[in-house]
Design a protein around this ligand. Structure first.
Ligand code: GCO
Length: 258
């Protein structure tokens, strides 16, 4: 009997929400999920960026919706998720991608920056997940994908709060996976290495850092944002129904090289 492999990765009929989906890795993931058939809702704080992102997806032939809310505002999240349910239907796939980076020497890392990083990178995935879970539990089906980082496992100076937050995302993934498996919900994380995104613009423009990434990465280059989409589609699909609690590195080999 011939197996139609494409069915394993078909997201037709699924509603996917991608937080921070207007640019970078979030937009690449949103476009990949749309290409696999999902009805995609991209989230962002800025109306103009949302309009631009949904227009770009439309130009690529994908119907996408925008949901404007700040992922650090619990009430705005709940209202945003309820509005999506009314417009597009209950969320089947949640990608907690929204994240920020601030870089300072630890000794004088501003408390406000620590608070913002933890709120956006660690607390928000918890709150947004909580908002979508009742409907997933009721339907006994759901996919939650957190965007962690190579920094969930490794460290470098000047980004300690980010490292702490992403390490927390790794354990959040495991904890949620164990508690939600009985409800037919899978929770996994994608851990990007160094991708050429605007969040890393300062690093890309630093010739010394750029040379270090290329020398330290077996693939010899930065990741391209579109390269994350396939892994997101896999984890969002029925092909990964028995995969949960995992964090998958996508880093050109950096995490396994001396
Ligand atoms: C940094 C970068 C990294 C990357 C990525 C690596 O300052 O080192 O921002 O954190 O963004 O997360 O995994």
């Amino acid at each position: 009997m011939n197996i139609d492999v494409s069915r394993w990765f078909d997201l037709t009929g699924r509603v996917a929400l991608v937080t921070g989906g207007c640019r970078g890795l979030g937009f690449a993931i949103a476009r990949g999920l749309a290409a696999a058939g999902a009805k995609v809702v991209v989230n962002g704080r800025d109306a103009a960026a949302l309009a631009d992102a949904t227009a770009r997806l439309a130009r690529d032939g994908y119907a996408a919706d925008g949901a404007q809310f700040d992922v650090t505002d619990a009430q705005a999240i709940r209202e945003g998720i309820a509005a999506i349910a009314k417009r597009a239907g209950h969320i089947d796939i949640l990608v907690n991608n929204a994240g920020i980076q601030r870089r300072h020497p630890l000794v004088d890392f501003p408390q406000r920056d620590w608070d913002d990083i933890i709120a956006t990178n660690l607390t928000a995935p918890h709150i947004v997940s909580q908002a979508v879970l009742p409907a997933m539990i009721e339907r006994r089906r759901g996919k939650i994908i957190h965007i962690a980082s190579l920094m969930a496992e490794f460290a470098r100076p000047t980004v300690v709060p980010y490292i702490a937050a992403k390490g927390g995302v790794r354990q959040l993934t495991r904890g949620m996976a164990v508690e939600l498996a009985a409800h037919g919900i899978q929770v996994n994380a994608i851990a990007p290495g160094y991708f050429a995104t605007e969040m890393n613009r300062a690093l890309l423009d630093d010739a010394k850092f750029d040379a270090w990434v290329k020398a330290r990465t077996p693939a010899g280059r930065w990741g391209r944002p579109d390269e994350i989409a396939g892994l997101a589609v896999f984890l969002a699909s029925s092909a990964a129904d028995y995969v949960t609690g995992q964090m998958v590195m996508i880093d050109g080999g950096m995490s396994v090289a001396l």
